[in-house]
Write a protein that binds this ligand. Structure first.
Ligand SMILES: CSCC[C@H](NC=O)C(=O)O
Ligand SMILES: [Zn+2]
Ligand SMILES: [Zn+2]
Length: 373
């Protein structure tokens, strides 16, 4: 059966034609990649967070470089640096004529900074994503002010919770009982007491890193219409970041009981709720980790494996079974993502290109996994 419409071409014919296009001409045959193996996905997001221009030393979209070599711009760390480092490393490897068994894909995705719902969350469900056959992914990490590099193997689950309290209204001059504010205050106290407990747990155990405990911040208070009117409803919004070892069902029950204990008419809703935390193993049973850490060792890089404190697109990749490491090759660099004067030293940037230039060949040469043979 033949077809005139190229879109209807039999997949075997397409494959045959793709094979014919690979120039396996002696004496320098380009044997190409091994497409039966899963690929390496280099992910970066292209969106950045807003700026408060008046607090910046330089225009945040000018990419000003000072006399010492610091480049100031929104996205300098988060994460336009990495997009270009990936491209530069791949370009170098191509110029040098390297070929690896595994294909390397790069994705430049939108929407990460507002949750990835229109970006990676959708993309991982698409046939185009399946077609990449990603076996392992690299995505963003964080800068590290010390000589070491942080690498993230998991992340906390963002739960954005809005607690709404209803109560008796009335004149602001009276002792009204069961007010919305009184009940909301109880919930706020319970949640801030929990926050304090987690903070103390982190402070008292030097082995615990920030990503390993649950954090919460009260980020919004809403309600009220006038000074002398007791409102019938008020709300408080919280940004919880739930550690990956926390039982999520029990945690939700805890939220429920804090609200119940505050009295009648206190409810909560989720504005963001991630429930599929995954951990990418960081031992040599994971061949991707073995390859990653071997390169770091060979390059004398000290690596500190941690749980990411913020939510990145890695969570969507891990949730569909693609192991991922969050890695931004920026040591000796203060963590300035989302901050004023976000900046990166050009030498650190260039060193990052060198690091990817070593990492990519190793990752793209990981031998066939048991599941691939
Ligand atoms: C909960 S979706 C928001 C994702 C965002 N990511 C980066 O900052 C974050 O606040 O962690
Ligand atoms: Zn980012
Ligand atoms: Zn960000």
């Amino acid at each position: 059966m033949t077809s005139k419409n190229p879109e209807e071409e039999h997949p075997s014919v397409t494959l045959f034609r793709q094979y014919l296009r690979i120039r396996t001409v002696q004496p320098k045959p380009d044997y190409g990649t091994n497409p039966t193996l899963s690929s390496i996905l280099l992910n970066s997001h292209t969106d950045v967070v807003p700026v408060f221009k008046e607090y910046w030393s330089h225009d945040p979209f000018e990419a000003f470089k000072d006399s010492e070599g610091y480049i100031y711009a929104r996205g300098a760390q988060d994460m336009k640096c990495i997009s270009i480092q990936y491209l530069e490393a791949v370009r170098r490897l191509k110029v040098e004529g390297h070929q690896f068994p595994r294909t390397i894909h790069m994705t430049f995705v939108p929407d990460e900074e507002v949750g990835g719902h229109q970006g990676m969350e959708l993309f991982v469900q698409r046939p185009e994503f399946q077609a990449l056959r990603a076996g392992f992914a690299l995505d963003e990490g964080l800068a590290n002010p010390t000589d070491a590099f942080t690498v993230f193997y998991s992340e906390r689950s963002p739960w954005w919770v809005r607690v709404t309290s209803t109560g008796r209204p009335g004149h602001g001059s009276r002792f009204i009982e069961d007010t919305a504010a009184e009940k909301l205050h109880k919930v706020v106290s319970s949640i801030l007491a929990f926050r304090e407990k987690e903070w103390q747990r982190l402070q008292s155990n030097p082995h615990l890193k920030e990503g390993a405990v649950t954090s919460v911040n009260l980020t919004k208070l809403e309600g009220g219409v006038a000074y002398n009117v007791v409102p019938a409803t008020m709300s408080a919004s919280f940004d919880f970041r739930v550690a990956p070892d926390v039982g999520l069902k029990a945690f939700e029950e805890q939220l429920q009981s804090w609200c119940q204990a505050a009295g009648e008419g206190v409810t909560f809703e989720f504005v963001q709720k991630w429930t599929q935390p995954q951990v990418t193993p960081t031992d040599d049973s994971n061949p991707w980790w073995a390859a990653f850490s071997r390169v770091c060792k060979d390059m004398n890089l000290t690596v500190e494996p941690e749980i990411h404190t913020v939510a990145t697109d890695s969570r969507y990749l891990r949730a569909v079974g693609v192991p991922a490491l969050g890695f931004s090759p920026m040591n000796r660099t203060p963590v300035l993502l989302h901050d004023h004067d976000e900046r990166l030293h050009e030498a650190v940037f260039l060193r990052g290109v060198d690091i990817y230039t070593r990492l990519l060949p190793a990752l793209a040469s990981v031998p066939a996994l048991p599941s691939e043979s």
